[in-house]
Write a protein that binds this ligand. Structure first.
Ligand code: FES
Length: 146
């Protein structure tokens, strides 16, 4: 259905799939349009650098490919630079998504923001420019999902 070679490559061979034990922050978001779910784990060091990032996705090929690419882009970045990685940048890095699949790429951006939000809350800090993701799934609901 018109996926680019890069999308197919990341879908077939996703980077950073899995989870991090004792993450600095974790965020879980759902896509209202399709019900797909994504969770992102971040390991952030004391210099505010994203040392490691992992994801789990219950979603379509586009969701898997965008998560894979988004985690690649976030890894090694400062929190502020990680925050600037938009779904447009992720789509561009994948040479584009079919128009009906662009909403899928929002999951990755939102899950990263939700994980950063969790990190900020755990550490009692404010991350400039970060808003609480609307689609953040609360703990109680997570229990039911997993
Ligand atoms: Fe649900 Fe793509 S159809 S994330």
């Amino acid at each position: 259905m018109g996926y680019t070679a890069k999308v197919m490559e990341h879908f077939s061979n996703p980077r950073n799939m899995g989870e991090i034990e004792n993450p600095s922050g974790v965020g879980t978001v759902g896509n209202a349009q399709c019900g797909d779910i994504m969770r992102v784990y971040l390991d952030i060091d004391d210099q505010d650098i994203v040392r490691d990032v992992k994801f789990k996705t219950f979603g379509c090929a586009a969701a898997v490919a965008t998560s894979s690419m988004a985690t690649e882009l976030v890894k090694g970045k400062t929190i502020q630079d990680a925050l600037k990685i938009t779904n447009e940048a992720v789509c561009e890095a994948l040479d584009g998504l079919p128009p009906v699949k662009v909403h899928c790429s929002l999951l990755a951006e939102e899950a990263i923001h939700a994980a950063l939000w969790d990190y900020a809350e755990k550490n009692g800090i404010t991350i400039e420019g970060l808003e609480q993701p609307k689609t953040d799934i609360h703990e109680e609901e997570e229990e039911e999902v997993y």
